[in-house]
Design a protein around this ligand. Sequence first.
Ligand code: NAD
Length: 478
Amino acid sequence: MLSLTEKSVQADVFFETLLAQKTTTNSWRISTAADRIVRLKKIQNWIKVHQKDLHLALLSDFQKPPIETDLSEIFTVTSEINHAIKNLKAWMKPKSVSTPLPLIGTSGKIFYEPKGCALIIAPWNYPFNLAIGPLVSAIAAGCTAIIKPSELTPNTSSLIQKMITELFDPSEVAVFQGESDVAQELLKLPFDHIFFTGSPAVGKIVMKAAAENLTSVTLELGGKSPAIVDQDANLKDTAEKLVFGKFINCGQTCVAPDYLLVQETVKEELLMELKVALKKMYDPKFEGIEKSPDLARIINDRHFDRLVKSLKDGIEKGATIEFGGKYDSPSRYIEPTIISQVCDDMTLMEEEIFGPILPIKTFSQLDDAISFINSKPKPLALYYFGSNTTHTTKVLKETSSGGVVINDCVIHFLDLEIPFGGVNNSGIGKAHGHFGFLAFSNEKGVLKQRVGLNNATLLRPPYGAAAKKIIQSLINWF
Ligand code: NAD
């Protein structure tokens, strides 16, 4: 805990850094695509050189398998950089728009100017990806940034600080590590944009703080993302995709399928396929899943205890463990667990699970599954497994979620051409690719009028019969 004097010194440092960054934004505002690409390439090269350091940091933080670090921390960021480099010139180019009839003679354009200085607050579950991914969008848009990485992944957060210190002056990009009090102190400052990734509860705190300065926000939040498995789904294929999407990062993924809604006639067969897929992926040599080098661990004791408590709560209230259920406190290991006979008053069905436990609920009619989803806050992602196009369209039209994947899960995070983000409780605003660039840009409308006589001159006072006629015909026309 910092003393009051240390806190005030820290607050001064934050303020001085923001002031310095505000000065930088003046020159970064007029930076070209080539200038920004140089900055992005610096990050890309650093990552290439420090791939092993990243493996080690994430391994130390929560035994994240290096190959999962490659896929979900490194590749996700480098592909975001490559995509930005490829498209930046086109994204930055002012966009001409058509001229409406009443303004004939004018020309309108949309300019994309950097918002200015951004605050990026990151969570622990993909600690590198979710701190540096938004930074790539910020830099592409021409913004400076202050990053507050998660305190729960100290090794990765220190490596992020090392990278930023080596590549940027603090007046361009800076990192401040620490607990939530650091984030709260930073949130008092008048940033030009805040990009927050984390829980809905903290998202509300961030939005309230942003309101004090009328700072715009992107909130990438969480929640319970359902997966519907319909009667005509290919069950082997579905099970393999669900096992990968649920248990990557040990279930600590914002878009992991939180629970399954399975059509009742295919429940038993799906369960069998899920068990086969789990064994195949995490216990191919029959040595026990705990020996698998491909399964990460729970981030800390608090989350471990929370998950075990939810599991016990489910069992006490009548749920059945179909697979797994073992755990080991010293190593924070929780076996991938599938649980059925769940009811709505169980913690597992009330709160975001964020761990390797997968509850299964059945439905008879698709309408029942849709009603169940619609009775809950809008999820970050919704997954539908099935081949009936009428059913697919029905799910798409009758539900609301941040994103949807049909016949797979989680992989939409990798598609930089579609927006990524939530809706209401699962988030505000979108990220990735062009959508990330737009989040950090002010879309400035610019209209150029000609000098001298034009349509608008006819509408000035004193209003005569001609003006009245023109306005009336405009009303009638539109
Ligand atoms: P969290 O909300 O607890 O913490 C996120 C960040 O906010 C951390 O840097 C933390 O220091 C800071 N913070 C915590 N309390 C704060 C407070 N009172 N005031 C200001 N800042 C505070 O989230 P987490 O536990 O790190 O991450 C898990 C959550 O994030 C889950 O809900 C998950 O679904 C969500 N998530 C969403 C996405 C997405 O892209 N939508 C991605 C990853 C995680």
